[in-house]
Design a protein around this ligand. Sequence first.
Ligand code: BYC
Length: 337
Amino acid sequence: MYTQSMSVPDEAGSRTVQPLPSTEPADRMARFDACIDADGRIEPQDWMPEAYRKTLVRQISQHAHSEIVGMLPEGNWISRAPSLKRKAILIAKVQDEGGHGLYLYSAAETLGTSRDQMVQALHEGKAKYSSIFNYPTLTWADVGVVGWLVDGAAIMNQIPLCRCSYGPYARAMVRVCKEESFHQRQGYESLLVMMRGTQAQRDMVQDAVNRWWWKCLAMFGPPDADSPNSVQGMRWGIKRVSNDELRQQFVDATVPQAKVLGVTLPDPLLKWNEERGHHDYGPIDWDEFWHTVNGNGPCNKERLATRVKAHEDGAWVRQAALAHARKQEQRRMKEAA
Ligand code: BYC
């Protein structure tokens, strides 16, 4: 299973990519590059190149949006969970995802962009969030498979981020990864129970695996050769392991888990390659991935409409909290006078 102890090789990321040309002041840039080369951390009060700041706001806000939109496919099943135990676990999991979104918005705010600006960009369809949350959760087995595969893929991608060069993002990821690890295990455990049940339950699990497998492989982002942000992200120590390497790690970790579970991964080309020391796998449908990322997946419109409505319905809570804070402040001033 995936744990915090999965190490990121020291030579990964920034150290293997030379500094790229920049128009920033040379002395400040040299200090920044030296910090990155020494595997140091950049903190909010430190000088940083504008492009680094912009990249971080892009990635962290997209990540936050993914956590928040990611509550929806599973949230749909809270009222239909098959037992009180499963309902309690699912409520806690969905709540954790909301918490992850909030840490991440806070981390992005340290870069000078407000949460309101980020949320507005999401609601206007200008900001991205993970492609994976634009697919429907059709049966209860989908909830288990989302835990096993979607959270499993998320952890694979997020463990290296615990050592990202931007301090607030790296620190937020430590706690997020601990919780994601629990999410992955609960999903797997719920599937194990179903696989020991009736033939109908086993068929339901297999059907869910068939529908989610390829979408999970695409979650890691486009192939390295078509990933415009990777070289710079690696140089800056934001990304430590490339999209394709993470995808491969995920496939290699998942194959034995599928065997224990007793499901077939829906890829006739999936097989161990002795020479590479990895599993080979079949081609991913990148046209479908881009179609979804560009807003045309099966649930994109529904997900965004649900988020916008939740935000509008919650306006009174924000207003009440602000009014309360104003009252407290007035009382404090009166007492101090
Ligand atoms: N979906 O140059 P690339 C979770 C975009 S939360 C949509 O490789 P980069 C969970 C990419 O943004 C999961 N878009 O980009 C939550 C870029 O577009 P822009 C989210 C994608 O940034 C609740 C363009 O494609 N995890 O799992 O170097 C419950 C070119 O890509 C996707 C994170 O956000 C995608 N799948 O690498 C359960 C982790 N992939 O921005 C689970 C943090 C790529 O140039 N993020 N794009 O317009 C990252 O690690 C990186 O941003 C990515 C992409 C690996 C995702």
